[in-house]
Design a binder for this molecule. Sequence first.
Ligand SMILES: [Zn+2]
Ligand SMILES: [Zn+2]
Length: 246
Amino acid sequence: MKLTILGYYGGYPFNGGGTSGYLIQSQGFNLMLDAGSGTLLALQKVLDPLQLDALLLSHYHQDHIADVGVLQYEWQLQTGPRKQDVLPIYGHMEDPLNFAALTWPAATIGKKYDPNSALELGPFVITFLRTIHPVPTFAIRIVEKKTGSVLVYTADSAAMPALNDFAAKANVLMVDTNFFANRTGQLWHMTAPQAGQLAHQAQVKTLILTHLPQITSFEELKQQASTKAGAAIKVLVAADEKNIEI
Ligand SMILES: [Zn+2]
Ligand SMILES: [Zn+2]
């Protein structure tokens, strides 16, 4: 499968970069994962949005859904050829108002996922894990059926031991790395050392730091994660990557 980073900042867009959003493609199936601010513009550079097969949302914070509304308008108003009549948008049902907003007439339809069950979507089998975050949020594990390749996305979460098993042996692990090591107090996201530690415990092949703080040089963040991840794990920063083959 191919991963394209569409946005990588936490909270708000910055310096030309959007907030969380990713395109995952396999065997002609185009899955968008989260749709943060600026991600529709980024998507349009690599794929006609009417060619999406599905959008999957980890939670309903704005830095993950800000572009859902304009994506719905594009599906409503754009007249080009489309892959299907309406775009399915998968979200959890624990927030009825936000879930209801996923349906837009003649454009998109909200589909619920059950976080306790596997979701089969095209070439993928997707499972979920509830994270530690102020609103219901689910980490997402995507297995490409044909190859067995695994992409794990922590979504937004404080550090939590259950992620070690959930992310086990992933080919690529994308971690909410919003903070440097010196961040104190109540954390709803991980620090760079915590991201590295998770990658180490889960024995993943590649760690991608994402949901980044609003800085322009990520060397120190990467260094802090790499020290804990260990030499066997390749550490990348989402801001520096465009396409990753998994
Ligand atoms: Zn976020
Ligand atoms: Zn969040």
